[in-house]
Design a protein around this ligand. Structure first.
Ligand code: PAF
Length: 281
């Protein structure tokens, strides 16, 4: 497995595979890799001949006071995991390689970036879009795989790629969960033992909402109330948002739900903010 640190090295990696008629699959990450990331890499391996991952804790998607400084970093461990998942190369750029002095351009997808995480983390998706578009250009990948746990991020990236005619296939991969149902996340390691136990309320809340949906409930408020009650049962949980939104454009359904929706939530446990979601279709 190659470890690449410059844009030129990545361009040469992709060019050599393309010259041999091979497809390049790409998985962007911020490191602290877990089984969820490895599943994305394996998916990329099923859809392409050469798999490239990036590990870059992107400063522009963190707001003031967020966890950029303490975000978990484990480069040696990550490289071993990426290798075990079949990656052919990992791009580990220094910040100045991604944002050279004078870098000023920001990519924004305003409507889709507005609600949910965008409301509590202003500017977050501008940072995500800017770095992801750069990575797609740098890697010249044919397919890029993203996790569906970051549901809004995936929706925003799909729209950006569509609107800007980026020649890449975007693939969403289902959420990978621990055996007890907690969605895998690099931030789970921040949780204390009590918080970790109570964090299962997210999974329970989604399952309860899915059950009432399966029984015919089509009122967004009622679905939210069902889920909210389960989260509120945890003394340590503080809901950032818990909302039913249209699965494609993330607008709030007006009246009885007629199409697919996503029930998305962000919940704080102490200093740790966890995301989870379920598509109801
Ligand atoms: O989902 C993430 O880990 C990040 O937002 C991404 C897509 C790697 C961009 O920094």
């Amino acid at each position: 497995m190659d470890v690449l640190t410059t844009r030129d090295q990545v361009a040469a990696f992709s060019a050599s595979h393309h010259a041999a008629g091979r497809r390049v699959g790409f998985v962007p990450t911020m490191g602290a890799l877990h089984a969820g990331h490895l599943a994305l890499m394996e998916e990329a391996g099923r859809r392409a001949d050469a798999v490239l991952a990036s590990i870059f804790v992107n400063p522009t998607q963190f707001g003031p006071g967020e966890d950029f400084e303490r975000y978990p970093r484990d480069t040696e461990g990550d490289l071993a995991k990426a290798r075990s998942a079949g990656c052919h190369a990992v791009f580990l750029p220094p910040v100045a390689e991604m944002y050279p002095p004078g870098a000023d351009t920001v990519v924004r997808v305003p409507a889709l970036s507005g609600p949910l995480c965008g409301a509590s983390r202003p500017g977050h998706f501008d940072g995500v879009c800017t770095v992801v578009l750069k990575l797609l250009h740098i890697t010249r990948c044919d397919v890029a795989v993203f996790g569906e746990k970051d549901y809004q991020q995936l929706a925003v990236i799909r729209r950006m790629v569509r609107d800007l005619d980026v020649p890449v296939e975007i693939v969403g991969h289902p959420i990978v969960r621990e055996a007890d149902g907690l969605a895998m996340s690099s931030r789970n390691q921040y949780l204390g033992a009590d918080e970790r136990r109570e964090a299962l309320c997210l999974h329970r809340a989604l399952a309860a909402a899915e059950a009432v949906w399966a029984a015919g409930e089509r009122d967004a408020d009622a679905l939210e109330q069902t889920a909210r009650a389960l989260v509120a049962a945890s003394a340590r949980a503080r809901i950032d948002y818990l909302e039913v939104r249209d699965a494609l454009d993330l607008t709030r359904p007006a009246g009885p739900i007629t199409g697919p929706v996503v029930l998305a939530m962000a919940v704080w446990f102490g200093q740790t903010r966890l995301l989870d979601n379920r598509v109801l279709a």
